[in-house]
Design a protein around this ligand. Structure first.
Ligand code: PLP
Length: 399
């Protein structure tokens, strides 16, 4: 007998499905070069300060006196203190080191955190949405049944569309947990401080928790867009925040991130998350944590900023070119994602196929992120400038 919740999950994980289609196309057309503007993986090498820290940490491991075995459950003090000082105190936010839990990334933490919730908790997600929030709640038996419209019966969906400028409206019924992700994957849109404040006030007033995914915080360019939900008064009582070094510093292969679980939360989740992590999580390697620490040095900061600027220059060029071709484009100004309206008369997957077959460019079908994503594709700015320019030339020639 296996857990029936897993059997409820439809098909493959979105990116596995895309990879399969691309593999089949390449097998049929081995001579064609395919450019991916699809999966959100980074392409630029690690910052030199990070590489140096990795070498140093490896050398320490080679000597008995400096060798490290199992690390502290919540992560090493040196990293948690660097996080607190740079990501929070420097922004006037009072977070303490024992509210920070270092992990191997935000996918694990956003996926696992639902284990702390009761079985009959009602969650709300934006639509479209990063699939991990919903799928992990399906695994947890909290989502109900999947309807023909692609929606789970116990999940409250908050559509984000061009009509509401991608700003979700409040749930129409009581929900216990609201997942928010800003800058948003997949739409690349953001909430201003004022807009996020309305959500914090809503959560406080309606006895809800916000799970806030700040994985793309480092890409924010606009002044009035908050980098952390804790910039909003009252958020420490109602919000857990997830961070990732994947896109901030190219750590998709190194693996490191962290989650903030404030002690002031109205439900005391900090000791529970500690208990969960100490039982089930093996910790992040010493090397990864030293590598993460290095991005907070003066040199490290400069270097990761240069890489983010490189990607954002890509985003700017993509926006300009696509708008020039007549596409309607959202995002791409405070995020490495562009949310592009597909050509009239086609669907997300239809446009995906067209792009793959006629331009050999991989995009991500918007509907893969939820029903409200139908009619859009997501393009990422994580490519090399040259490859991205080539992809844009090919898109221009689409019939
Ligand atoms: N959260 C969002 C919104 C993401 O888009 C991603 C990665 O694509 C993650 C979390 C995963 O981050 P990590 O690589 O740290 O697991």
């Amino acid at each position: 007998m296996i857990n029936e919740n897993f059997q409820k999950l439809p098909g493959a994980y979105l990116f596995a499905e895309i990879a399969q289609k691309v593999k089949a196309f390449k097998a049929e057309n081995p001579e064609m070069e395919v450019i991916s503007l699809g999966i959100g993986d980074v392409t630029q090498p690690l910052a030199p300060a990070v590489v140096e820290a990795l070498h140093k940490a490896a050398d320490e491991m080679a000597v008995a006196a400096t060798f490290r075995g199992y690390g502290p459950e919540r992560g090493y003090d040196f990293l948690r203190e660097a996080i607190v000082a740079n990501d929070f105190r420097a922004r006037g936010i009072d977070i303490e080191a024992d509210e920070v839990f270092v992990s191997d990334g935000a996918k694990s933490d956003t996926g696992n955190f639902q284990e702390l919730l009761g079985a009959d908790v009602c969650i709300a997600v934006t639509d479209p949405v990063y699939p991990v929030y919903v799928d992990s709640n399906v695994m947890g038996g909290r989502a109900g049944e999947l309807g023909e419209d692609g929606r789970w019966s116990n999940v409250e969906y908050l559509p984000c569309t061009a009509e509401n400028s991608f700003v979700p409206e409040f749930p129409t019924k009581h929900v216990d947990v609201i997942y928010l992700c800003y800058p948003n994957n997949p739409t690349g849109t953001t909430l201003t401080k004022e807009q996020l404040k309305r959500w914090v006030d809503y959560a406080l007033e309606h006895d809800a928790l916000i799970f806030y995914d700040a994985a793309y915080e480092a890409y924010i360019q606009s002044e009035d867009v908050p980098h952390s939900i804790y910039e909003i008064p009252g958020a420490k009582a109602c919000a857990v925040e997830f961070h990732s070094y994947s896109k901030t510093a190219g750590f998709t292969g190194i693996r490191c991130g962290y989650t903030v679980v404030p002690k002031a939360l109205r439900v005391n989740l900090n000791p529970l998350w500690n208990r969960r992590q100490s039982t089930k999580f093996n910790g992040t390697s010493y090397l990864s944590q030293r590598a993460a620490e290095a991005i907070y040095t003066l040199e490290g900061k400069k270097q990761i900023r240069a890489t983010i600027d490189y990607y954002m220059e890509n985003a700017r060029r993509m926006r300009e070119a696509l708008v020039g071709m007549g596409f309607t484009v959202y995002g791409g100004t405070d995020a490495p994602y562009l949310w592009v309206r597909v050509l009239e008369g086609t669907t997300s997957w239809g446009f995906f196929d067209k792009m793959l077959h006629e331009a050999q460019v991989v995009c991500t079908p918007g509907v893969g992120f939820g029903p409200a994503g139908e009619g859009y594709v997501r393009l990422t700015a994580f490519g090399q400038h040259e490859a991205t320019a080539k992809a844009l030339e090919r898109i221009k020639k689409l019939g």
